[in-house]
Ligand binder design. Sequence first.
Ligand code: OGA
Ligand code: MN
Length: 265
Amino acid sequence: MELRPLTPGFGAEVLTPDPDPSELRRALIDHKVLLLRAPDLTPDAHMALGRSIGEIEVHAFFPNLGPGYEQVSVLDSAEGNTATMWHTDESFLPHPPIGTLTRALVLPAVGGDTLFADTAAAYRALTPAMTRYLDGLEAWHDLGRIAQLRYRFGSGDAEALAEALRAERRSRHPVARVHPETGERCIYVNPTYTTWIDGLPPEESDMILAHLQRHLTRERFVYRHRWQVGDLLIWDNRATQHMVLDDFDGHRLMHRVSVVGGATG
Ligand code: OGA
Ligand code: MN
């Protein structure tokens, strides 16, 4: 399979048409983000590609294409569904998706690029003092954090927040999570879902989370993707974070399929 690097550190464009699934899976683990040009991919082919990587899931809250296509979620900017804050997908689940395949259908004339951060490279660049400190720490990831942020910034209500907290969609994960397939440690906290580091006083937890996020989004760990219609990006959700730049006016519409990995999640 022919690949072209997207940055010196991670990310690769797949140049071979119709790549072999096992080679694709291997390349995903090695490069963390893969770009495929797939202008004619149908929702069925999108799901089939997802299934060649793992078991495809129904997303916890995004709308989807409906009966028979529940695993194809629709990210439509016209419906307010644009993920503009750094995150890893659904980290509030006990076994978050191992990967996501997102494809651009409609794009604004300019803007709406997606940023990816290599959380394994970021972990390796931490000071030894910091890695010793993080060793053994676990953080809580809560779907309710979105409602909390909305409430705090004036676009949510107390009832929605209470409901989100009562739903108990939360899980605890190691702050430096070991990637089950590479054995690498990756920084696994993000500002969309991570609420606090278990057992730390609030000020200390906030300070460490802010430091880790600033650190892992340094330019040297980030790839910025400027989309073309038909681009399909596949990312390893265990070793990256991503966000969409909130800098566009036009319509932006994406289809996405995410893949869970059972015991390897
Ligand atoms: C996603 C996501 C980014 C994008 O599919 O999980 O965050 O570019 N998408 O729309
Ligand atoms: Mn996402």
